[in-house]
Design a protein around this ligand. Structure first.
Ligand code: GRG
Length: 296
């Protein structure tokens, strides 16, 4: 299959629905919606929505029904990037090739834009349950899953641990524990949510969740490697920042060669999780392999 074509088709679909899900307003809330749209619609690979769609497709599910979940995942991811870029956290000026939200607007607006996107995500999930009462239990289960993955038991908890680990010597176990929460939890939840809403059997949901867990780790290892070896022009953000901030990273604790080898082993494991699935899981197979060669 042509992964590039698949990714660009899905990205167009996701971008259209995101655009419709957050329309321009003329009221007193104009500025915060403008900032939310600036960050939400200003680029990004749409990896979490695409993983969710691809997992639903792997169990022969309906992509349209999954779209509210895909949108919610991207809203939560974008909120996390806006807040991560703030001066109180990573203090970054560039994101997705453009000024970060607080640079384009101001800090207070960026905090509110992040808050607005986080709450909008849960509005979109609840609205889907209201509009599709026959699927209300599935949407409720997914809402719980996404809340857990993005909150203190997941991404927020991982971000806290990551900040605390700055400048401290770390072991591989510590790095893995941080990244399972900070980045891995939402990626894993993206796959699991697609599998649940797509109507997968319990065995299929568990197999895809194992795939999603490995995907999260591979993503973070390759993200850390890109920070060392990537080109900032291609990535739309500065590189070399992990070393400057003394972050806990895979290449930092393992070295570059061993980090690459660990990523390759995890891809092999992810492919074996997909073994029981037919060709409908090809996008997930190619996505895992793509992580090893991605440049952004
Ligand atoms: C502020 C609660 C809170 C959490 C922030 C996700 C995160 C936690 C911080 C982002 C910092 C960072 C660069 C983490 C490395 C992994 C990561 C999430 C990279 C960005 O995700 P991509 O590559 O971004 O999917 P795009 O722009 O393509 O959507």
């Amino acid at each position: 299959m042509d992964l590039k074509h698949y990714l660009s088709e899905r990205k167009i679909f996701v971008d259209q629905v995101l655009d419709q899900s957050l329309t321009v307003v003329n009221g007193p809330n104009f500025r915060v919606v403008q900032a939310m749209r600036y960050s939400l619609l200003g680029g990004g690979k749409r990896l979490r929505p695409i993983l969710c769609l691809a997992a639903a497709e792997a169990v022969s599910g309906d992509a349209v029904q999954v779209m509210p979940v895909a949108c919610a995942l991207e809203m939560i991811h974008t909120y996390s990037l806006i807040h991560d870029d703030l001066p109180a956290m990573d203090n970054d000026d560039l994101r997705r090739g453009r000024p970060t939200c607080h640079k384009q607007f101001d800090e207070a607006t960026a905090i509110l834009a992040g808050d607005g996107l986080l709450t909008a995500a849960f509005f979109v999930l609840a609205e889907a349950a209201v509009q599709h009462p026959e699927q209300a239990t599935a949407y409720a289960e997914i809402t719980r899953l996404i809340a857990e993955a993005s909150g203190y038991q997941g991404m927020v908890g991982g971000q806290m641990a990551d900040l605390l680990a700055e400048g401290q010597p770390s072991t591989l176990d510590q790095v893995e524990a941080i990244h399972r929460l900070k980045t891995g939890a939402l990626l894993k939840a993206s796959v699991r949510a697609g599998a649940i809403l797509g109507g997968g059997s319990p065995q299929q949901i568990e197999a895809l969740t194992r795939y999603g867990e490995k995907f999260g780790l591979i993503f973070q290892i390759t993200d850390d490697l890109l920070d060392v070896e990537g080109e900032s022009g291609v990535m739309g953000k500065p590189t070399g920042m992990d070393a400057i901030r003394q972050k806990a990273t895979y290449p930092g604790v393992l070295g570059i060669a061993a980090a690459k080898s660990q990523a390759r082993d995890l891809v092999a494991g992810a492919l074996s999780d997909l073994q029981p699935f037919g060709e409908f899981a090809d996008p997930l197979r190619h996505l895992a392999q793509y992580l090893l060669i991605r440049r952004q």
